[in-house]
Write a protein of this length. Structure first.
Length: 97
């Protein structure tokens, strides 16, 4: 049984590569949950986030990189990154280290 951990700016997150296999399909990534066989399609922004997480990274560092790549305001970047990372955590695509 896993404990629910709170996601905050300095949370260290990483890809859950033991549970998901990922394959590039153009600019997007298709992922398969190895526990249940479900597939998840990730758009190009999500793919970039997945690719940035090749090594564990704090959420605030990830936000800085996304803002730099997409040239968005810190407010817009934070909203989008927070929402996407929360969805990834809920689907167990990432884990909090």
């Amino acid at each position: 049984m896993s404990q629910k951990q709170e996601l905050v700016e300095n949370s260290l997150i990483q890809r859950n590569e033991t549970k998901f296999l990922a394959s590039a399909l153009g600019e997007e990534i298709v992922m398969m949950n190895t526990d249940n066989g479900d597939y998840i399609g990730v758009n190009n922004v999500g793919s970039d986030i997945w690719n940035l997480l090749t090594e564990p990274m704090r959420v605030d560092q990830l936000l800085e990189k996304v803002i730099e790549i997409y040239d968005v305001t810190p407010e817009d970047g934070k909203k989008e990154v927070d929402e996407f990372v929360a969805r990834m955590l809920k689907q167990e695509m990432i884990i909090i280290s």
